[in-house]
Write a protein that binds this ligand. Structure first.
Ligand SMILES: [Fe+2]
Ligand SMILES: [Fe+2]
Length: 470
């Protein structure tokens, strides 16, 4: 078993104690991190005991340990999956060469940029979610929120380790800036726009963990293929933790749907909102909003950066070994483009279409999640079908930004959009209604009226276990 050394101030499996310089640098960064957590992390729950999982090994089985801990005492640390003997670069122009154990000089800036962009999302999401503990619909849900937050904190640690360890002075400066930017701060925002969106209610939180954390999964899958071996190994272990975050979103929305369907069956002749649950159409509008916003995170449809990152062997495709060919030279990708307000089909060199390749894999994964929600409706005998928006809908970045499309992808003129967009996107009234339902429930085993209990508890504990000791 590749165990993590917890005797150290910074738990790790990278033998930090034999690199005194790095150890000192990270120990200098640590107080700033704890300060950031207390100032920008979850409000007011730092004195409570929370039933959290902590990574104790990086093997697939038995990697996690569960116990009640106070969040500021969480053992954040640096855990990479073990070295593979003779790791090779799996794609691009350096295909088949030994993976880099040091930063390749010619790609230093690109690599730093990839790492900083990934790193910035981790603390950003914690900031976005910082008030949600106060309105948690149960102790089970509150615990899941804090678990996600604590692990996003650890993902920041994973990226900061890379910056400190491999990028010298400018790496240290970048690491400091990661603690300075703030989600939604107009003067000093987080790098990507979705990570500056407010996440003020639990319906948004579940959409975020469903769609935005899943973007994280796909970015991490593509970085887990990186020819820069320490980055690949960091990302592989982060993915182990990330699965739970998407579970929180997937099952969270499913439970909201289940509760609404129950009420619809009990009161078939009135609007579910009159009975304190969230109408399915309203859930759909939240889904459209967060799904579209998260699609932006993959970047422009046609991108020379994506071509460069792939050619250099820095960022591959998700599960690159599944592809038959790994240089993507002389291949084309056919895509629909938006030119002079018209859709035209074009052939793009595959390397320039890598953002779109990744986005497609991500969409297919989301669609499975939507089908899971539709089975909830079907089980309850409710005739309602949730939909995933077309990739052109409500985009703020890339080819389709600035133009109007409905959720099926049909182009619209501005007047039609103005008239109809509240059918598809949450209105101020929707948001106010959802917020009006958000009230903290603190009795173990009890759940707010708008959400069904989960099928089972965490780590084989019962649903009425005291996940948070208030
Ligand atoms: Fe993360
Ligand atoms: Fe996550």
């Amino acid at each position: 078993m590749s165990k993590i050394d917890y005797s150290q101030k910074i738990p790790n499996n990278v033998d930090l104690k034999s690199d005194k310089r790095l150890q000192r640098a990270l120990e200098r960064w640590q107080p700033g991190y704890i300060e950031w957590w207390k100032e920008a992390g979850p409000t007011d729950f730092n004195e409570n005991d929370i039933y959290l999982r902590t990574a104790v090994s990086v093997e697939r089985d038995g990697w996690a340990h569960f116990e009640h801990v106070k969040m500021p005492d969480y053992r954040w640390g640096i855990f990479l999956t073990p070295h593979e003997k003779e790791a090779m670069i799996g794609f691009g122009d350096h295909l088949g060469e030994p993976a880099w154990q040091q930063v390749p000089g010619e790609y230093r800036n690109w690599l730093r940029r990839l790492i900083v962009t990934q790193a910035d999302t981790e603390p950003a999401s914690v900031e976005q979610q910082r008030l949600l503990g106060h309105t948690a619909p149960s102790l089970y849900d509150m615990r899941n929120l804090f678990q996600v937050n604590a692990e996003e904190g650890r993902h920041l640690w994973a990226m900061v380790y890379l910056l400190h360890s491999y990028f010298g002075k400018d790496g240290r400066e970048e690491a400091d800036e990661l603690l300075d930017r703030r989600s939604g701060n107009p003067d000093h925002p987080r790098i990507l726009s979705t990570f500056n969106e407010p996440c003020e209610d639990w319906l948004s939180f579940f959409c975020f963990t469903m769609f935005t954390d899943r973007d994280g999964k796909y970015q991490l899958l593509s970085l887990a293929e990186s020819g820069f071996d320490p980055l690949a190994r960091s990302c592989r272990f982060i993915l182990t933790e990330e699965a739970h975050h998407m579970f929180v979103g997937q099952t969270g929305i499913a439970r909201v749907i289940r509760r609404t369907c129950e009420i619809m069956n009990e009161h078939p002749d009135s609007c579910p909102s009159e009975h304190g649950v969230i109408p399915l159409e309203l859930i759909q509008r939240y889904v459209y909003f967060w799904a579209a916003s998260s699609l932006d995170l993959f970047g422009a449809e046609v991108s020379s950066n994506s071509a460069n990152f792939f050619a250099a062997g820095l960022k591959g495709r998700a599960e690159e070994p599944k592809y038959e060919e790994h240089t993507a030279n002389d291949q084309i990708f056919e895509m629909e483009r938006w030119k002079d307000d018209r859709l035209v089909r074009e052939e793009i060199p595959m390397r320039n279409a890598m953002n779109e390749v990744l986005r497609e894999a991500y969409i297919a994964d989301n669609v499975k999640g939507i089908e899971y929600w539709n089975r909830e409706c079907a089980k309850a005998g409710i005739d309602f079908t949730f939909r995933y928006p077309h990739r052109r809908f409500n985009r703020s970045l890339g080819e389709f930004a600035g133009s109007r499309f409905d959720p099926e992808g049909t182009p619209l003129d501005e007047a039609t959009w103005a008239e109809r967009n509240t059918e598809w996107l949450p209105s101020e009234d929707d948001k106010a209604f959802v917020k009006s339902l958000m009230q903290q429930v603190t009795e173990p085993g009890r759940f707010a009226a708008w959400i069904a209990p989960p099928a089972r508890g965490i780590n084989s504990q019962s649903v009425d276990f005291e996940y948070v000791k208030l």
